[in-house]
Design a protein around this ligand. Structure first.
Ligand code: RAM
Length: 345
């Protein structure tokens, strides 16, 4: 056999030996793409966000996929846009986002959808054009109205109340505040002696939430109740009221993590508060993301799907003209049950 013939045979043998490997490698990179589902939270350093992402990771892994969990340092739309672009370059299969702005993420998210990526929001909605569906933790109207009723109860029906929110652009907090204002406006005789004096923004940053609380107490020495519809804000207000020896004079209520609020529920700074299970919000989002990706649902009202241990859910019309999946009713935490929950989330 001539040398040329020998080399050709060698080359053929090599090709045959490595072809399956090459195919395997190709197959693997496709499988790896298929496996990655991303979640973007508002910002880092928020234990609520960590719990939500923990639930998302659980739901994604349980289905045999891989999660990517991201959050910018600052709770801004710009910072989230950068992350969306990175995820598009990584060719993830889905992006679930807790929006830092209702409208500003639209160009980035529509580009992601045009690229074939499944896009949904969870916890804090992006506008209907930017998403296929929203995963809502609880009925927004009920949250807003319930928090005003709680403040009325804690103020004994009269006095000054203030709101300590997250960022001024956060769509979940803004929607809850809208319902708080509607509750006040629609029941003028009930709330005639209750005055909403200010809405402050702690940006879901601990230090800023502390200084905004101090600002409220200084500007309004007769303030009776602070409503903080954010887990970061309510914990900061609980801390300030406690440190200043104002327990009983100023109350805080709102939406808080039992693990962070147990101390203030027990010492009376916060007579009671509400929340849902953030782990379940993330877990439900994981199943909604894969149901959309697989085509089991399109995000249209009436679609149904199964979400693992949480059971079956239906897509329903949302108040903003899009559609949503509702986790359930919020839960009330008070001295009698806080002990059971403080180690859970
Ligand atoms: C903060 C965040 C989050 C919100 C909770 C109640 O942790 O702003 O988006 O859902 O509070």
């Amino acid at each position: 056999m001539g040398t040329t013939k020998k080399s050709i045979i060698m080359i053929l043998v090599l090709i045959m030996a490595f072809a399956p490997l090459a195919l395997f490698a190709g197959g693997r990179s496709e499988a790896a793409d298929a496996e990655r589902h991303a979640f973007i939270f508002k910002n880092t350093g928020n234990p609520y966000g960590e719990k939500q992402m923990e639930g998302f990771a659980e739901g994604i892994r349980e289905q045999g996929f891989e999660e990517i969990l991201r959050a910018p340092d600052q709770p801004t739309a710009e910072a989230q846009i950068q992350i969306i672009e990175q995820l598009m370059a990584q060719r993830v299969k889905s992006i679930s986002i807790t929006g830092n702005d209702f409208d500003a993420l639209q160009p980035a998210l529509t580009r992601a959808m045009d690229q074939g990526i499944t896009v949904l929001s969870a916890d804090s909605a992006v506008n209907p054009a930017s998403r296929q569906v929203h995963v809502n933790q609880a009925d927004s109207e009920m949250i807003g109205r319930t928090l005003i009723q709680a403040a009325y109860d804690m103020a004994d029906g009269a006095g000054e109340i203030a709101i300590l929110s997250a960022t001024s652009q956060a769509s979940n907090q803004n929607l809850w505040i809208e319902w708080m204002q509607k509750e006040l406006a629609e029941n003028p005789s009930k709330y005639a002696d209750l005055e909403l004096v200010r809405i402050a923004y702690g940006d879901d940053l601990r230090d800023k939430s502390v200084s905004e609380t101090e600002g409220l107490l200084q500007s309004f020495p007769d303030l009776k109740v602070i409503i903080a519809p954010t887990t970061v804000g309510i914990a900061a207000a609980g801390r300030v009221i406690t440190d200043r020896g104002l327990i009983g004079e100023v109350h805080v209520t709102g939406l808080g993590l039992p693990s962070e609020m147990a101390e203030y529920i027990e010492n009376g700074a916060c007579p009671y508060m509400f929340l849902w299970n953030p782990i379940d919000v993330g877990y439900l989002t994981a199943y909604a993301a894969t149901a959309l990706m697989n085509g089991d649902i399109t995000g249209a009202a009436g679609d149904t799907f199964s979400a693992g241990r949480l059971g079956n859910f239906e897509v329903v019309p949302a108040g903003d003209g899009g559609t949503e999946i509702l986790l359930g009713a919020p839960f009330k935490f008070e001295p009698s049950n806080i002990d059971e929950w403080k180690d859970v989330y």
